[in-house]
Ligand binder design. Structure first.
Ligand code: PHB
Length: 178
């Protein structure tokens, strides 16, 4: 993994997640992105010709690695960690790190471990019962740049996963018309 991508994953790991002020944030352009309850993949796709996913890492972690907060959101579970960078027309836009509890990777959801370059949102929001809750936001400084991030819990067939997303400097969220 290139140094800058490692830097983004580490920034996500160090983020201080806070509950958003919905009333304030809803009125802003950034809020539209941060509070999106449906698929981020869909939203990004609408801003480019080709959206690509590069898988940076896929590995398992024991339940002892989870923070208390992650445990509250996911349960006391060993997890699969999926780290990706999404690019719009070859420009890196989003770095995402997802914790998928092993108990989520059962029955119809087993394929989530093998998505490869298929965006997670495309898979999850294909299912009518997918939903998102527990949205939190963070302000990060990465390589001297102030960046926005969010963390949210996705449910599929009533099974959770926790998605952290860092909007990279050229992401549409920072652009005038984004
Ligand atoms: C992923 O494929 O892991 C992924 C894609 C889009 C996101 C988050 C995660 O917004």
């Amino acid at each position: 993994m290139s140094n800058f991508k490692r830097l983004y994953v580490e920034a996500l790991l160090a983020a201080n997640w806070v509950a958003p002020d919905w009333q304030l944030l809803e009125k802003t352009k950034e809020g539209g992105w941060l509070l999106e309850r449906h698929s981020m993949t869909e939203r990004l796709k609408a801003c480019c010709r080709t959206l690509t996913v590069e898988v940076l890492g896929l590995h398992e972690v024991g339940k002892e690695v989870l923070s208390n907060n992650e445990r509250e959101l996911l349960g006391d579970q060993a997890c699969l960690v999926r780290e990706v960078v999404l690019s719009g027309d070859d420009t890196p836009w989003l770095c995402a790190r997802t914790l998928v509890p092993m108990s989520t990777l059962t029955e119809r959801e087993q394929d989530i471990a093998d998505l490869g370059a298929v965006p997670l949102g495309q898979r999850v929001f294909n299912q009518a019962n997918a939903r998102r809750d527990a949205i939190e936001v963070a302000h990060l400084v990465c390589d001297g740049q102030a960046l926005l991030a969010r963390r949210s819990r996705l449910w599929v067939n009533d099974k959770p996963m926790l998605v952290s997303e860092l909007f990279l400097p050229h992401a549409p969220i920072y652009q005038e018309e984004g």
